[in-house]
Ligand binder design. Structure first.
Ligand code: PA5
Length: 449
């Protein structure tokens, strides 16, 4: 397979524990593939890479992306949670670290800016300032079509576009990604005749990056989405193997469940490349929202090394021993650089001259694995050969499959998120949503007690 899993730095993982899980894994694998387990109406992601590659939707995404590239300096992507993290992860991982600051001839694609993933008026006002002299398109993404954060941002920026271009031209610059049937966004899209892309009912938000949700913004930013889908397709075939010995996604799923059952209740996803930051945020949502229910579940927490070794390093080395680390280890960086020799050597670094920064980063990784395992923190390693679009697609599918298996091993439905409603309901009741009047009174009494 394309990536490799290793549990050899986790002494808590015993072969006997792994062997014991084999039957459970086989059973869960069948439940996933025969669609007989919990959340079986949300398994559309399993063969999505294959379906997407040959679909009309895929061609339409490419056509729309090209049109946006020609007409716009900025694409505003409005969405939250699963309707934004995947696209952002891909762009962070694959594009130039300072893409929007490159000279225009080198950039050559619209600047993709995200909105509607919080409710900050300062951010929106600042964004309005920079959009003033730019040509703008919007891709608003919401599967339900009723999520408050993106709905508020869309109301504001749709108005901005209509004021700027008039209703007719604005209409051509608004692209909607939502479910096929209902919701406020679907209704507006139909009334206005916006170009619309579909999030299939059987693909949940956090599993939707390989639909138009992720692919349209990512294509606009200049990434080859064929390569992403190719990578995901390879993963789909490689990880279709029920035997965990031949399936690294299942090895990862079982390792983390064994560690959890031994009291390692927090998982740190470790990256050594800053452009994997948003990928770990995507991972955090995938696992947090899939597993954290019924008072159980591993707490997923991204950490960025070596940066966080100077912030969380002390805790990881020596704090509460309920942690394990999973390192997303990149074998080949996107770009390399060799440290030069300095005649004066005032900084004493000439012993590093001639080494690449990646060699140095890798020694930091090796030294940290040894230090943290000495400190009692099991380390799992996922080896990634390179960071390209193909690998992004592969990794997405790898983690989706691992997460589904992990949720089944834990005994939860990894495809629902009933807990997300609680804050939303309170917030909307407190804001005076008409049908939530009774709840508002009750909440206000509590707040004023
Ligand atoms: O994974 C999920 O289902 C959630 O995180 C959703 O993606 C998020 O709440 C946004 O929902 P929607 O796309 O309906 O606006």
């Amino acid at each position: 397979t394309h990536i490799r899993f290793s549990g050899e730095n986790a002494s808590h993982l015993k072969q006997a524990d792994l062997d014991q899980l084999n039957d459970d894994i086989e059973k869960a694998h069948l439940q996933l593939h025969e669609k007989t387990g919990a959340g079986n109406d949300c398994l559309g992601w399993i063969d999505l890479p294959e379906k997407m590659m040959n679909s009309d939707e895929f061609s339409r995404i490419k056509i729309a992306a090209e049109a946006i590239q020609h007409s716009s300096d900025v694409l505003l992507v409005i969405g939250i949670g699963g309707s934004y993290l995947g696209a952002r992860a891909a762009m962070d991982m694959l594009n130039h670290s300072f893409q929007h600051m490159l000279p225009e001839d080198k950039r050559n694609v619209p600047h993709v800016i995200f909105a509607g993933n919080h409710i900050s008026s300062t951010y929106i006002r600042d964004l309005q300032d920079v959009l003033e002299n730019k040509d703008v398109s919007i891709n608003v993404i919401s599967k339900s079509g009723t999520t408050p954060e993106p709905a508020i941002a869309f109301r504001i920026f749709r108005r901005l576009l209509e004021d700027k271009y008039g209703k007719d031209e604005a209409r051509k610059r608004i692209y909607v990604t939502t479910n096929a049937e209902n919701g406020a966004l679907k209704t507006v899209a139909e009334t206005e005749g916006y170009d619309t892309f579909v999030i299939p009912n059987d693909v949940g938000g956090r599993y939707s990056v390989l639909t138009a949700v992720g692919l349209l913004p990512v294509a606009v930013s200049g990434i080859a989405i064929d390569d992403i889908i190719n990578g995901a397709q390879s993963a789909m075939h490689d990880l279709n193997e029920p035997d965990p010995n031949n399936n690294p996604a299942y090895q990862y799923a079982s390792a983390r469940n064994i560690l959890y059952n031994k009291g390692k209740t927090t998982e740190l996803l470790i990256t050594y490349e800053p452009h994997l930051h948003m990928f770990s945020e995507w991972w955090k949502q995938l696992f947090g929202e899939s597993e954290g229910k019924n008072q159980t579940g591993i707490f997923p927490a991204p950490a960025h090394f070596t940066t966080d070794l100077h912030s969380m390093g002390q805790y990881i080395q020596d704090g509460r021993r309920d942690l394990f680390e999973t390192i997303l280890h990149v074998n080949r960086p996107k770009k390399t650089m060799t440290l030069g020799k300095d005649a004066e050597n005032a900084d004493g670094l000439n012993y590093l001259a001639g080494k690449t920064l990646h060699d140095i980063n890798d020694k930091a990784y090796q030294g940290t694995v040894l230090a943290h395992t000495d400190g009692g923190v099991p380390n799992l390693v996922i080896d990634v050969p390179a960071l390209d679009a193909y690998t992004f697609g592969y990794l997405v599918y790898f983690f989706e499959k691992a997460c589904a298996m992990s949720g089944y091993l834990l005994g939860v439905n990894p495809f629902d998120q009933p807990g997300v409603e609680a804050y939303k309901r309170n917030m909307l009741a407190l804001l005076g949503k008409p049908e939530l009047d009774d709840e508002r009174e009750h909440l206000e009494t509590r707040l004023n007690a």
